[in-house]
Design a protein around this ligand. Structure first.
Ligand SMILES: [Fe+2]
Length: 284
């Protein structure tokens, strides 16, 4: 079994999302942050400007680098398809599905969690989640990325996985063993870092967890460059592409919504009651 490869398997890696399937997120919907709605652009209806107050469509944001800047690890051709075709289709299809519905007033994160519907997904869920997942993915990578994190990110990884090497092993194992299409995530969950894998379009937002990093293990993410060699793609992603700077930024943002350590509760001392002395009766 692949799990035997890891000297220490983090509990979050082996935990199944199924235990959380029925729970609704209890934490604020955070995380990604860049609001993707193009406000102020009202659609034309029958030749006239629509009169509804907000009639918004999600836009396809480009990756924060040129499409050829991840070469030779991920080719421009892969990103032309992956971002230019697949991601675009999720956004376009979502816009069609939510047009003239109340969802037009929701953020993308809200649509993901609302339409997950406690494990009974509503029609917009897959496109909404995939639109969110892919934007999060592009920002999880950077030209010249990979290597090893430092500072607080490394400290927390070592605290919760034992070592950076154990984290890598856990992450690789999860990404390699995710059957079929899906995603693998580094998340903050119950004040600890954990690795989770999700099938198809699911993501940690639906369980109220806080994503720091993701890798897309759908075949469309790597097949043009790696064919069936998913493990090579995963190794390259870790060694050459992860943007640990972005992970740190996300960690800092997440701290506003959840603890990554035991909360520091200030000591509350008993009030100091001044001594009440016997009255001094002057000698007469
Ligand atoms: Fe993808």
């Amino acid at each position: 079994m692949a799990s035997s490869l890891c000297s220490r398997v983090n509990q979050g890696c082996s935990s199944s999302p199924s235990s959380s399937y029925l729970s609704k997120p209890s934490s604020p919907l955070l995380v990604v942050v860049r609001r993707q709605v193009s406000f102020g652009q009202r659609r034309r209806t029958k030749g006239l400007l629509a009169s509804s107050p907000v009639n918004a469509a999600f836009i396809l944001n480009p990756p924060p680098y040129e499409l050829d800047e991840l070469e030779p690890h991920i080719s421009k051709r892969t990103l032309e398809f992956h971002w230019g075709k697949h991601h675009r289709a999720y956004v376009d299809n979502l816009n069609k599905q939510i047009e003239n519905t109340d969802y037009e007033r929701n953020t993308l994160e809200e649509i993901v969690t609302i339409t997950y519907n406690n494990g009974n997904p509503l029609p917009p869920f897959n496109n909404a989640a995939q639109a969110w997942n892919h934007e999060f993915l592009w920002e999880s990578m950077a030209p010249g990325g990979g290597k090893k994190p430092s500072g607080e990110v490394l400290e927390l990884i070592e605290r919760d996985f034992g070592s950076f090497e154990d984290f890598v092993c856990t992450f690789k194992e999860a990404a390699t063993t995710q059957f079929g299409s899906g995603w693998v995530w580094l998340v903050v969950k119950d004040s600890k870092l954990a690795v989770e894998k999700t099938p198809n379009a699911l993501n940690p937002l639906i369980w109220g967890h806080f994503p720091l990093l993701t890798i897309d293990v759908w075949e469309h993410a790597y097949y043009l460059d790696y064919q069936n060699r998913r493990p090579d793609y995963i190794t390259t992603f870790i060694n050459e592409l992860i943007s640990w700077e972005r992970v740190l930024e996300r960690l800092e943002r997440i701290k506003a919504f959840t603890n990554v350590r035991e909360p520091t509760i200030p000591n509350v001392r008993e009030p100091t009651i001044p001594n009440v002395r016997e009255p001094t009766i002057p000698n007469v």
